[in-house]
Design a protein around this ligand. Structure first.
Ligand code: NDP
Length: 484
């Protein structure tokens, strides 16, 4: 048990255990080894978490914004001081290469805390002059927020949700994915060490049923979910019964469009980042790579060379560039999509096999060319290192095909013609877009999806809308003019 936490849950400022809850085994995806054993939250743990959040939030809402910020800033410093230790834990929890977890996961989480700590004291209402009378508005916290995380960026998700929530005066009960439960507990510890009052950030473990219990509890005011579309539909519907505010960050099947005037080297690099980073387990990945016919041969040649040079291996090693998938179940799912792409007529350019290594859940970086819009690989989210390359001829054609999906999370365009870049992006139905870049998600910028990919935005100023509510106050300055 090389990563066993002190206890399964962190409630009201301290670790707590309840061994009555069903067991959760945490597995290191590179070896299949059990690295920790936790228990699901029982109804009593769920109750304690929500009760402490409710109590703590009422007081936190009255704390001056600069004081809230100061505490969050201290948490940022602690995260950065412990960067290496946290990156190692993230690698054990997720199987992602240490070269990624050192720069992407906790660092981005710390950035979010720093951003919202800075922003919170600037969040104010407005005054509306009405002649003699006037209206002023207040931006008040929403209250108790439930955060539910996916397994691909567990610590970053915990930070991205708690940062605006706490900075703006809310409390949070966070349920990580049962597959990756460790990082959020560290965040709870760090918050308390930084001076955050007990009860404001609670972490409880469990599978979907624990998430569902949190979503429907009358003490919950808001739900922020990162997960798949089917889970999003269930959680959104359950939250609707209590007219609860929601943020939904869901899946995607995002287009990355490469015109034949683009730099092939840059486009290949971006397509690889958009499909192989985090072993392809990123919601905003550009998993439909549309390549204009004029550069198809050149593009596939460089892509194959560069994909075959990727170093697969133990994610704890500095030089490993591609780690395992997160779980055996995910491995089966991804291999199922690979087999389907072969049987439906895709041309395998490289990869396509499991890479048996120390019993880990490895798949080779895989590229399929000649994928058509009707094939499963072009329609469903794989969440693995499997790139689908599709051909196109004209701008109008590719825009129509790129939009022909229920998803609308992200999109990218590569072209040397910036006017075309903006024109194409202007017509794509996606919440987060890039021109001559891909998958960069700085916390200063709003992130989220259109269509079935989500509701609301995380990060940027846009998140303020989703973690506060407006109170309108009409001030009468003269006598009441009643007609009776
Ligand atoms: P899931 O949708 O399976 O689960 C997400 C979370 O919801 C988990 O913590 C899960 O618990 C929980 N959950 C499941 N059922 C319920 C329920 N009925 N009520 C409340 N909570 C529930 O997603 P994965 O964890 O498999 O993550 C992969 C998915 O997440 C992909 O589809 C990906 O696109 C999406 N994603 C979206 C992102 C975005 O920002 N748009 C970012 C990252 C991922 P448990 O798993 O423990 O059962």
């Amino acid at each position: 048990m090389i990563a066993q936490p002190k206890a399964s849950h962190f409630v009201d400022g301290a670790y707590v255990e309840d061994t009555q809850g069903a067991k959760i085994e945490v597995i290191f995806p590179a070896t299949g080894e059990v690295i920790a054993e936790l228990h699901e939250a029982t109804p009593s743990i769920v109750d304690r978490a929500l009760a402490s959040a409710r109590r703590a939030q009422a007081e936190w809402a009255r704390v001056r914004p600069v004081e809230r910020s100061r505490i969050l800033r201290r948490a940022v410093d602690l995260i950065r001081e412990r960067g290496e230790e946290l990156a190692q834990l993230e690698t054990l929890d997720t199987g992602k290469p240490i070269q990624e977890t050192r720069v992407a996961d906790w660092p981005s989480g710390a950035d979010a805390l720093e951003f919202f700590a800075g922003l919170a004291p600037t969040v104010t209402g407005e005054t509306v002059p009405l002649g003699q009378d006037f209206v002023y508005t207040l931006r008040e916290p929403v209250g108790v927020c439930v955060g539910i995380g996916a397994w691909n960026y567990p610590s970053q998700i915990a930070c991205w949700k708690s940062a605006p929530a706490l900075a703006l005066g809310n409390a949070m009960v966070f349920k990580p994915s049962e597959v990756t439960p460790l990082g959020a507990l560290k965040l709870a510890e760090i918050f308390v060490e930084a001076g955050l009052p007990a009860g404001l950030f609670n972490v409880i473990q469990g599978r979907g049923a624990v998430g569902a219990a949190l979503v429907t509890d009358p003490r919950t005011d808001k739900v922020s979910l990162t997960g798949s579309v089917p889970t999003g539909q269930k959680v959104y519907a359950a939250a609707a019964s209590g007219i609860r505010n929601v943020t939904m960050e869901l899946g995607g099947k995002s287009p990355l469009i490469i015109f034949d005037d683009a730099s092939v080297e840059d486009a290949v690099g971006a397509a690889m980042l958009a499909n192989f980073y985090s072993t392809g387990q990123i919601c905003s990945n550009g998993t439909r790579v549309f390549v204009q016919k004029g550069i198809k041969t050149q593009f596939l040649k460089r892509l194959k060379e560069r994909a075959e040079a990727i170093t697969l291996g133990d994610p704890r090693k500095d030089d490993t560039q591609l780690g395992p998938l997160v779980s055996a179940a995910q491995l089966d799912k991804v291999m199922g999509y690979v087999e389907k792409a072969k049987s439906e007529g895709g041309t395998l350019v490289t990869g396509g096999k499991r890479a048996p290594m120390n019993d880990g859940f490895y798949v080779e970086p895989t590229v399929f060319a000649d994928i058509t819009d009707d094939m499963t690989l072009a329609r469903e989210e794989v969440f693995g290192p499997v790139m689908a390359v599709l051909d196109f001829e004209t701008e109008a054609e590719v825009i129509g095909r790129a939009n022909a999906t229920e998803f609308g999370l992200a999109a990218g365009v590569f072209t040397a013609d910036l006017a075309r870049g903006h024109r194409v992006i202007g017509q794509l139905q996606a919440g987060t877009c890039w021109i001559n870049a891909y998958n960069l998600t700085p916390v200063e910028a709003p992130f989220g999806g259109m269509k079935m990919s989500g509701v609301g935005r995380e990060n940027g100023r846009a998140a303020v809308e989703h973690y506060t509510q407006v109170k309108t106050v009409y001030v009468g300055m003269g006598p009441v003019d009643a007609p009776y």
